[in-house]
Write a protein that binds this ligand. Structure first.
Ligand code: 73E
Length: 838
């Protein structure tokens, strides 16, 4: 890893930037935590003790700001954003919090002074992998930006005991290991055993007349589970706003059912407890592939109910009436995963708080916003009606009532258009009946958005077309963004230092200011320094690759990287076809003057997604052959980097020369890895898909390697009848590559191993790899040519970074605040609290 130089702070009395702390304060606090929290003297402390003491030292500073932030919440009655997400992929906390407190260099110096290794401590932290990929990581970036922009916000989700599985590779295959992120404790969370809510499941409903003669429904559940809050402070960058992420853990209502125990039903009693706790046990590891499991709906309802009850309690605690709930909170639904919230808020308002239906509906419709993240049909959530009715009978009644009133309105606007009404209905009535969660989210929200320009346009013309025609004013685009704090400052200290040396550090909060780098693109000295930073990052990654895989790679070769979930639409196998094509060229012409490339892959496959797992096996099998073929002579190396996660991503993006963003046009809603690569000076080879379109617009067509069909062309060719076999037959290079895979060459002579993949390409090719193959290979040749001219390449890389301002999550959050949530910043002042606080 590139070393971060500590600032020249000669005196131990130097203030630690904004915090007003001295190195002595930091060291004293650290030693106190070592002694009083960990019960250790420095001489007997382990690396874990050091890490814990450092984490608590940093956390103390966060909590001071948190207390001040909460004080303002209460005192000033500010509007709060509630961000509901089934996933938050936070990544390690320690380094990020040090950056946001602006004490990174000071902590490093304090550590070095007493012989502790900060890098070892940072490396020791287990990351909370409470998400699958882009959607969960986006939620984490948004929390960072909300706090940085001083917007009062609470993230709500599930405290999974097991997050996304750890990936091991055995004999080239993915093997899943349970993620035990809580094994060594979690110093960043604060359990709140007194903040709990009951969540009901199952049972039945019955009608009754209340005292005022109103017809009401009473829900008698057959199971009740308790949710307990665990809070994690989320500090903004160089501000005092410290928001919170509140995650719910499920527990049995009674820790032990003594009645059952006394009559001898010991297992029955324990079963109840185990069953309840199951709800927050494990994250579903499927990205964009729903499985329709009851436990997943239980998880969704569990965290949504706890979160809404919590917001209502907070609202009532400041003395406000629930009629004004939507004026005090803006609640965002991160995809449809929390969309049962629409029915749950209605239930809480009508059944529990006795509000009339119309007022409750007014509040509900004005409090929610819904973000759609995918167009893939297999990711659109719908629940079998029977399952829904068994688990949430009262909610189904409410959904029927919402639907009845909604369809009545629709019939007035579109009389006699029964087909349209059937499509808009919250219930899918063709064949087995389903509750359509996207329709529920649309009907219950004030605003609906997609996550990139192209994606939003496709939403309006395809999956949400009928809703768009009904309520065009509800729709808008909010192109995704990522936080430059984690994805530049923390992960790429070398680049950060270089940029700071020329344009200062203002860009870290105002990313548009990176534009000022443009004038350095032609500056020779700057370009040399830029290249040195990249080389350092590549050397660090090479060392990590060697440690994790045993493969030695040459940092002078081009690092061509594709890291993301493994999915057929993301087309890692198109990348493999290119690798095999290069390999065939070398076999055919051993003396070929080929630009040396290291092609690096990383990403997890859903455990039940057979094709994705076979793609991993294919990558490893090709790597095995290519890396050991003496004829290749180090001109081509292939690496599968195991267990891609936030921590390794922080080492991978900064080392990339080329970023592979090669999904079939129209399939990737946005992508956010594309932004992280480009911010770290990689050039993109990509299709006109998701946010690639906007990245290309920003960096300029000359600084982006474009290939492939457009989304329109994909749709047209599909509708006219696509025949991959004819492409295979007419393209000799493609045929040679596919045949080599099909022959068993990469599978020790076994032609059956990759047959399912080869057949799916030849006879279906749902994601049109064959249609894009030649355009991709030609484009890769242009990439190689450009890379040979180091100065030209560096110039392009500098311009990529300089023009990435738009893709800061701060920009995205500003748009959400202004156009959807209608919230404004609230500056938090620090207060001393006398002797209470160090
Ligand atoms: O294009 C990405 C997008 O950048 C999209 O595939 C991803 O969300 C990112 C952030 O907007 C996404 N993940 C899911 N749906 N879209 C998903 C679906 C089900 C379970 C877990 C994740």
């Amino acid at each position: 890893m590139a070393q971060r130089k500590s600032k020249k702070t000669n005196s131990n009395k130097t203030d630690c930037s904004r915090t007003g702390m001295t190195l002595i304060d930091l060291n004293r606090c650290f030693n106190e935590h070592l002694f009083y929290t960990q019960g250790r003297l420095p001489l007997s402390a382990t690396l874990n003790d050091h890490y814990m003491a450092a984490a608590y030292t940093v956390r103390d500073r966060l909590l001071h700001r948190w207390v001040c932030t909460v004080r303002d919440f209460i005192r000033e009655g500010v509007k709060v954003v509630g961000y509901l997400s089934a996933e938050f992929l936070l990544g390690p906390h320690l380094g990020n919090n040090m950056i946001n407190l602006d004490i990174f260099d000071e902590v490093r110096e304090a550590s070095e002074n007493v012989g502790r290794n900060l890098d070892a401590m940072l490396d020791h932290e287990e990351e909370p992998g409470l998400g699958n990929g882009g959607l969960g990581r986006l939620a984490a970036c948004y929390l960072d930006s909300l706090a940085t922009l001083e917007i009062p916000a609470i993230g709500y989700g599930i405290r999974y005991e097991f997050g996304i599985f750890d990936q091991e590779i055995r004999d080239g295959w993915q093997v899943e290991k349970t993620d035990k992120w809580l094994r060594l404790g979690n110093p960043w969370e604060i359990p709140r055993p007194e903040v709990t809510y009951e969540v009901k499941f199952g049972g039945h409903t019955a009608g009754y007349c209340d005292d005022g003669g109103c017809y009401r429904s009473r829900w008698t559940p057959d199971r009740v589970v308790r949710g307990i809050a665990y809070d994690t402070p989320i500090l903004g960058y160089k501000v005092n706003t410290c928001n919170m992420l509140r995650l719910w853990k499920a527990e049995a209502v009674e820790s032990f059912d003594f009645a059952s125990f006394n009559v001898g039903n010991y297992y029955g009693a324990v079963h109840e407890k185990v069953y309840s706790e199951n709800i927050s046990k494990v994250l579903y590891p499927n990205d964009e592939q729903i499985q329709g499991k009851q436990l997943r709906l239980e998880q969704q309802y569990f965290f949504v109910s706890c979160s809404l009850q919590d917001m209502i309690r907070l609202h009532l605690a400041i003395g406000k009436s629930l009629e004004y709930f939507h004026e005090e909170f803006a609640i965002q639904l991160n995809d449809t995963h929390p969309s049962v919230a629409v029915a749950e808020l209605m239930r809480l308002l009508v059944d529990e708080h006795h509000m009339d239906w119309d007022t409750a509906w007014h509040v509900t419709r004005n409090v929610f916003g819904y973000t759609n993240h995918t167009l893939l049909p297999e990711a659109l959530e719908r629940w079998p009606l029977r399952l829904f009715a068994n688990l949430l009978p009262r909610h189904l009644e409410i959904i029927f009532e919402i639907n009845r009133r909604f369809l009545d309105e629709v019939r007035v606007i579109y009389p006699d258009d029964e087909a349209r009404i059937a499509r808009l209905s919250l219930i899918d009535e063709q064949g087995e009946r389903y509750v359509r969660m996207a329709n529920l989210a649309c009907v219950g929200s004030r605003a609906i958005n997609g996550v990139a320009k192209l994606h939003t346009e496709l939403l309006k013309t395809t999956v949400l077309k009928d809703f768009y025609e009904l309520w065009p004013e509800k729709f808008s685009n909010k192109t995704n963004g990522v936080t430059p704090r984690r994805w530049m400052v923390l992960s790429n200290p070398g680049l950060t230092r270089l940029i700071r040396s020329r344009i200062g550090g203002g860009w870290i909060k105002k990313l548009d200011r990176l534009k000022r780098l443009e004038s350095y693109a032609g500056d020779d000295a700057f370009r040399r320094e830029w290249q040195a930073v990249k080389t350092g990052n590549k050397q660090a990654l090479a060392a990590l690759i060697l440690e994790r895989t045993g493969i030695s790679v040459n940092p002078d070769s081009m690092f061509d990287i594709q890291v993301k979930r493994i999915h057929e639409y993301k087309r890692q196998h198109l990348n493999v076809l290119h690798v095999v094509t290069l390999y065939n060229r070398l076999r055919r012409n051993p003396g070929l003057d080929m630009l040396p490339r290291t092609v690096i892959f990383g990403g997890k496959a859903a455990p039940s997604y057979y094709m994705a797992k076979l793609i991993i096996k294919l990558i490893n099998s090709v790597a095995d052959v290519v890396n050991h073929d003496p004829a290749v002579r180090n001109r081509l190396k292939v690496v599968f980097f195991p267990d891609f996660n936030v921590k390794s991503a922080q080492k991978i993006y900064p080392a990339a020369d080329l970023s592979e963003q090669i999904s079939t046009a129209g399939k990737e809603a946005s992508g956010t890895g594309n932004m992280k690569f480009s911010m770290n000076g990689a050039l993109t080879i990509g299709t006109l898909d998701g946010a690639n379109v906007e990245i290309r617009e920003e960096v300029g067509a000359d600084n982006f390697f474009l290939f492939g069909l457009t989304a329109e062309e994909v749709a047209r060719i599909k509708s006219e009848g696509y025949d991959p076999r004819s492409i295979y037959l007419s393209n000799p290079d493609l045929r040679e590559a596919i045949d080599l895979i099909g022959s068993g060459f990469f599978s020790r002579g076994d032609p059956d191993l990759f047959k399912p993949l080869v057949d799916s390409l030849l006879y279906q090719d749902e994601y049109m790899l064959l249609a894009d193959y030649q355009s991709y290979v030609d484009c890769q040749d242009r990439v190689s040519e450009a890379y040979r001219d180091r100065d030209r390449w560096t110039r392009m890389a500098i311009l990529n970074v300089a023009r990435m301002g738009k893709f800061s999550s701060d920009r995205a959050i500003r748009e959400y605040c202004r156009e959807i949530w209608r919230v404004s910043p609230n500056t938090v002042e620090m207060e001393d609290f006398g002797d209470l606080v160090r």
